[in-house]
Design a protein. Structure first.
Length: 185
């Protein structure tokens, strides 16, 4: 990713993560700004190829995250945040950020459920979700607490996790590139 994209990505996800921690939502104006930044910047840097790269990243993010929103396991702001990151980073780097986000989100979820003493409930809910999905049923219909918007749902600011993963990814890539350029040939 070009340096400019890295800078814009870090600034964008930092704002989204802070906003999510503070207000527990990510506003549309911020996510739309991220998508526009991604589409415009990639087009300016790479022409039509850059635009297609941004659109593929945006599309991949929506393809993987919209189902999570549809089963009410994720908020719309998080889906739009990942779409904006896809527009900025493109499909390959978005996918790597997604993997880092998944690992960090899993760890954060485990800490949260242990702290809230809901490990058993969470394991049961996970089994129930998988069972319902395998039977082509929406889990929140069988158990309303599985709707992320339910007052008893165990929630965390996923936008902050996404932001941490994206920033960590950018820092790791920069450190790896620096180490490779200093390595003896």
């Amino acid at each position: 990713m070009p340096v400019l994209i890295n800078i814009l990505l870090v600034i964008f996800v930092s704002a989204a993560g802070i906003y999510d921690i503070r207000y527990r939502k990510i506003p549309n104006w911020l996510n739309v700004t991220g998508v526009i930044l991604g589409l415009v910047t990639n087009t300016l840097l790479g022409g039509w190829h850059g635009l297609s790269h941004a659109l593929l990243g945006l599309g991949l993010a929506l393809f993987l995250y919209l189902p999570l929103y549809a089963i009410r396991g994720m908020g719309a702001g998080d889906v739009k945040l990942m779409a904006a990151i896809g527009a900025l980073a493109g499909p390959w780097y978005w996918f790597l950020i997604f993997l880092v986000t998944s690992v960090l989100g899993g760890l954060a979820s485990f800490v949260l459920m242990a702290f809230k003493k809901r490990v058993g409930d969470t394991c049961w809910n996970l089994w129930f979700i998988v069972s319902e999905l395998l039977h082509a049923r929406l889990p929140f219909r069988g158990n309303p607490q599985l709707d992320i918007r339910h007052k008893r749902a165990l929630r965390m600011p996923h936008g902050a996790v996404i932001a941490s993963a994206a920033i960590g990814f950018v820092i790791f890539r920069a450190a790896a590139a620096s180490a490779l350029t200093r390595a003896p040939h």
